[in-house]
Design a protein. Structure first.
Length: 51
């Protein structure tokens, strides 16, 4: 599953908000993985890999 937005992106990936922590917890609870790619000023791509 891929979720893409065209927002401002994540300028500092070491700082994550509650939403990112929630996604991480839920994906881990399913024993799946996910990847975040973000370009400052160009948006974010969240990919959840379901096997």
């Amino acid at each position: 599953m891929t979720v893409i937005d065209n927002g401002k992106g994540i300028s500092d990936p070491s700082v994550s908000g509650q939403g990112m922590r929630n996604i991480d917890e839920r994906v881990k609870s399913l024993k799946e993985s996910w990847k975040v790619t973000s370009t400052n000023g160009k948006g974010t791509v969240n990919q959840i890999i379901l096997s």
